[in-house]
Design a protein around this ligand. Structure first.
Ligand SMILES: Nc1ncnc2c1ncn2[C@@H]1O[C@H](COP(=O)(O)OP(=O)(O)OP(=O)(O)O)[C@@H](O)[C@H]1O
Ligand SMILES: Nc1nc2c(ncn2[C@@H]2O[C@H](COP(=O)(O)O)[C@@H](O)[C@H]2O)c(=O)[nH]1
Length: 224
């Protein structure tokens, strides 16, 4: 178990002190993970995005270091060899991976980490740290709407959109491996459901490091 830093411990009441959790969002491409992640991150200071490394080319509007760390193949292979990635996978012919150091630093601070990763990466994280993991699969309301979203996002060529649509059925077959499944029809409603999941998971007894000390102190007080 990772200890919290003094700064985070001081910010929280004793009964609110807890270990950080890892919240994973997966979906077929275009179902809305990035949209939901941005909304969640903008309104919750206790969760930070894990910025992945990728060998995929940058899309218009993406920012290096914010959306991804865009790296070349030798750099990616070096990170794998040095075990600098918590998980990694090939998705749509490109390599993606989660830098280990940033995740460990955030969890050690008692804060949560949000991951936008595919089912392969989720399985690897589950093998390493199942107790710290909360996994959510996002489904589109229909296949026609998924295609509409990928097309109107207007960031990928028709060929790339076709490849992503071709993989959607395979991706969706993994929904049952996840703790929660949300159908992202209305984005406000889906975001509210995601917030509810995060709120409840933060309250789980096993994550609440300060609870036993808090209860013991009250019990001692009651016995006087
Ligand atoms: N509930 C929704 N209703 C309508 N449009 C949506 C909804 N959620 C997301 N979108 C739109 O669908 C498009 C795809 O969304 P987004 O980029 O968030 O998907 P993604 O799952 O992150 O895709 P990828 O896996 O390719 O990164 C975007 O243009 C986004 O604005
Ligand atoms: N296993 C991992 N999957 C990742 C990671 N970062 C992103 N992804 C997934 O890749 C696809 C495509 O993403 P895109 O940005 O190119 O549209 C999507 O399913 C992401 O969730 C990662 O570090 N590891």
């Amino acid at each position: 178990m990772l200890p919290m830093t003094d700064a985070t411990a001081a910010r929280r009441a004793p009964h609110d002190r807890r270990r950080g959790l890892m919240l994973v969002l997966s979906s077929p491409s275009g179902a809305g993970k990035t949209t939901l992640s941005r909304r969640l991150l903008s309104q919750d200071d206790d969760i930070t995005l894990s910025v992945s490394v990728t060998t995929r080319p940058m899309r218009p509007g993406e920012v290096d270091g914010v959306d991804y760390h865009f790296i070349d193949r030798p750099s990616f292979d070096r990170m794998v060899a040095e075990e600098a990635l918590l998980e990694h996978a090939t998705v749509f012919e490109n390599s993606y991976g989660t830098p280990r150091a940033a995740v460990e630093a955030t969890l050690a601070d008692g804060r949560d980490v949000l991951f936008d990763i595919d089912w392969q990466g989720t399985q690897q994280l589950a093998d390493r740290a199942r107790d710290d993991l909360v996994t959510v699969f996002i489904l589109p309301p229909s296949i026609a709407e998924l295609e509409r979203r990928l097309t109107t996002r207007a960031q990928d060529s028709a060929e790339v959109v076709a490849k992503r649509m071709a993989k959607a059925a395979d991706e969706m077959s993994h929904y049952a491996e996840y703790d929660y499944v949300l159908v992202n029809e209305d984005v406000d409603r889906t975001l509210a459901d995601l917030e509810a999941i995060l709120r409840a998971e933060r309250l789980r007894r096993r994550r609440r490091l300060g609870l036993s000390g808090f209860v013991n102190a009250m019990r001692e007080g009651a016995g006087r």
